[in-house]
Structures are given as structure tokens and as C-alpha cells.
Design a protein around this ligand. Sequence first.
Ligand code: COA
Length: 140
Amino acid sequence: MSVEIVDYEPTHESGVVSLWRNAFAYAEARNEPSSVIRSKIANADGLFLVALQEKHVVGTAMGGYDGHRAWLYAVAVDPGLRLRSVGRRLVVELESRLVLLGACKINLQVRSDDPGVVAFYESLGYTVEPRTSMGKAVDR
Ligand SMILES: CC(C)(COP(=O)(O)OP(=O)(O)OC[C@H]1O[C@@H](n2cnc3c(N)ncnc32)[C@H](O)[C@@H]1OP(=O)(O)O)[C@@H](O)C(=O)NCCC(=O)NCCS
């Protein structure tokens, strides 16, 4: 069955939430899927993609662009459809959108305990860079 890559629409929400609950084990309230989706669509930047098979959500990818660099995140594929190029297609489509916006570098973070995800991104041309990742949660 074919898989198509489309822009996120509100009808995809429950499928995205269920995919992310399975793929990502983030405990922080700020990563609660519905809240992440709400924030992203409020931005309407065309950088939220879903992969659909027979109208079911089987993959996602989000991008961010700050006017200089770009970021990839929330890249996930349904476990039953992994290693069938769905992740690659999502990332390639997002990259082409980021380049059209003017991005000159695309960054991403992966958990250091998942060598399979590193291999996935390496196959797409990304390299592990000698950086220390830092972050700070801020009150809203
Ligand atoms: C990482 C993930 C998105 C990959 O999706 P996928 O659809 O299975 O990947 P693809 O089939 O498009 O694979 C593309 C390439 O990466 C390689 N690859 C993918 N997963 C791999 C793994 N676990 N180990 C080694 N190589 C892997 C494939 O072999 C393929 O290589 P090739 O082009 O040389 O044949 C998927 O495993 C996933 O959802 N993981 C859980 C969520 C996650 O950790 N996301 C990343 C952090 S944002």
C-alpha cells in the first residue's frame, strides 16, 4: 500500500498523538503531543508533515527555521512501516522546504543512546558534530 507525504491537517491529530506516544517517551508537560501540535499549527509555517497510508498517520516530521539555521524534530515512523523509506521521504521533503525558505544549515538532536537513529541520519548525509547540546526550560 502506498504512503503519501502531506501537510498536517487537524483530522490527523489523533493519529499523530498515538504515533508520538509510541515513538517518544517524553515525560515533560511541554512535550504533551496535543500541546506541541497546537503550538506548531499556530505558527502555520508549512513545516509539519505527516505520512499517510490509507488515511492513517504512519509518520511525522517537523521543521523549524529561524531565518538562518533550521532544525528537524519529531521525525517518527510507525514501527510496522520502518525501514521502508518513509522516514527518508519525510526528511527529504522537509529539507527541500527548508532550503526554499533559505536555510543554509539543518541541525537536529538525537538521544545519545540510540545508534540506529544516528545511522538513519547518517544515511541521509548528516554527521555527528562535536558539540555539547544545552537547553533551558523557561516559564510561560
Ligand atoms: C528513525 C526512524 C524515523 C527511521 O524511519 P524509517 O522509515 O525506518 O527509516 P528509512 O526506512 O527511511 O531508512 C533510511 C535509511 O536509514 C537506515 N536506517 C533506518 N533505521 C535504522 C536503524 N535503526 N539502524 C540502522 N539503519 C537504519 C535505513 O537502513 C536506510 O538506509 P539506506 O537508505 O542506506 O537503505 C524510525 O526508526 C523511528 O520512528 N524511530 C523512533 C523515533 C525516533 O527516534 N526518531 C528520531 C528522533 S527525532
